[in-house]
Design a protein. Structure first.
Length: 248
């Protein structure tokens, strides 16, 4: 079937071509600064990256771990908040707006604020932790907890996104199944487990898909806060920095 609509042609040129061309370049030996033509070398780039570059393998694992843990926590919190804000209570609109403001702020501004919050000496988080438990944690300089700190920042910023999608899904749920279940004597927990969550599952899956795609390519906040440190502990396979194959 011939492609006659101009929008389809524009879509193919603007989206499909860059993807295909990038995939082609991955099978070649070529540098953007070189004047020569790409030399086809097959799968050598992939073999070298996976088999010989331990730094890349570690960064790829941290990327998967960061995405899986962060998005899972955000999903639980986001759906929970959506269930709360789906009810009528005083100040609901105000508090919902406050929760959504984290998505409006620029990533660099968020990173700078959280750097102050997580500072080992002057950070407010360590201040309260010291009051309660008498300890201070090196949130951004301890290799064992730096990724957890970044997950905390990512969760703070993007949990409202899942909450917003879940709220839209909750508002579209039919009321008839709930009325029938209440007549049959179902409790609030049973309504949630057997009606709300199953009917909300497609909406949750859409939210998880969008958040997973976005979390896999998170770069700016992590780069500003840690620059991949300490000792590459927060380095992720999101993009290549110069010079050399540095990963973040």
């Amino acid at each position: 079937m011939a492609i006659s609509h101009p929008a389809v042609v524009i879509l193919l040129v603007m989206m499909a071509f860059p993807i295909v061309y990038t995939l082609f370049l991955s099978f070649t030996k070529w540098s953007p600064t070189s004047l020569g033509t790409p030399e086809f070398i097959g799968l050598q780039n992939y073999f070298k990256l996976i088999a010989q570059d331990e730094r890349f393998r570690n960064a790829a694992w941290r990327t998967i771990w960061f995405t899986a843990v962060g998005v899972s926590v955000q999903c639980v919190l986001g759906v929970g908040l959506a269930l709360i804000f789906n009810r009528e209570f005083a100040g609901r609109g105000f508090f919902r707006t406050i929760f959504l403001m984290s998505m409006v702020a620029t990533p660099v501004a968020i990173a700078l604020v959280w750097m102050m919050i997580l500072d080992i000496n002057t950070g407010i988080l360590n201040y309260f932790l010291n009051l309660v438990a008498g300890v201070r944690l090196a949130w951004l300089s301890n290799r064992s907890i730096v990724l957890w700190s970044l997950i905390l920042v990512d969760t703070w910023q993007w949990t409202p996104f899942i909450m917003l999608i879940a709220l839209a899904g909750l508002s579209a749920l039919p009321t008839e199944p709930y009325e029938s279940a209440v007549i049959d004597g179902a409790s609030s927990a049973q309504l949630l487990w057997y009606l709300t969550l199953p009917m909300l599952r497609p909406t949750i899956m859409v939210a998880l898909m969008f958040r997973s795609i976005d979390a896999l390519k998170t770069f700016d906040i992590i780069y500003v806060i840690t620059s991949g440190g300490p000792a590459f502990a927060s380095e992720r396979s999101t993009c290549t920095l110069s010079p050399g194959p540095l990963l973040l």
